[in-house]
Design a protein around this ligand. Structure first.
Ligand code: ZN
Length: 134
């Protein structure tokens, strides 16, 4: 059983997956109110603008929240760590749901600093995060 179902892309989020395929994390910025928008969406929820520009997101963040996800097949030796990462270094907070790599579930705590990395799982490239090396 595959661990990842390939994303069904639309005109709204094709830029995001194209960026991931080239190991870039891209987000939208509303051309009307200049706010960052994620996940990709067709209309700004703040000002209703349909115009936006695409830009590279910060590659570092902190773990805002997290949980352990056990695959229903039971085939995974360890549960996946699903995390909400608050990206830092941009001009405003931006949160993204992703997975943590390179860390034991027992060592995950809220607030640890993580950095962007990419992994191909079942043929699907995914943005992931790992702890920042000291
Ligand atoms: Zn806006």
């Amino acid at each position: 059983m595959p661990r990842v179902i390939p994303p069904v892309q639309s005109h709204v989020d094709a830029f995001f997956w194209e960026g991931v395929a080239h190991e870039r994390l891209l987000v939208q910025r509303c051309a009307g109110c200049q706010r960052l928008l994620h996940p990709p969406q067709p209309m700004c929820p703040h000002c209703a603008s349909l115009e936006r520009v695409i830009e590279e997101a910060p590659s570092r963040g902190t773990v805002y929240s997290w949980l352990l996800s056990h695959h229903p097949s039971g085939d995974d030796p360890e549960p996946r760590i699903v995390a909400v990462v608050e990206l830092i270094g941009g001009d405003e907070p931006l949160r993204i749901v992703s997975n943590l790599q390179g860390i034991s579930p027992a060592d995950v705590v809220t607030g640890i600093e993580v950095e962007l990395c990419f992994e191909v799982v079942d043929g699907v490239a995914l943005p992931q995060f790992r702890p920042v090396s000291a």
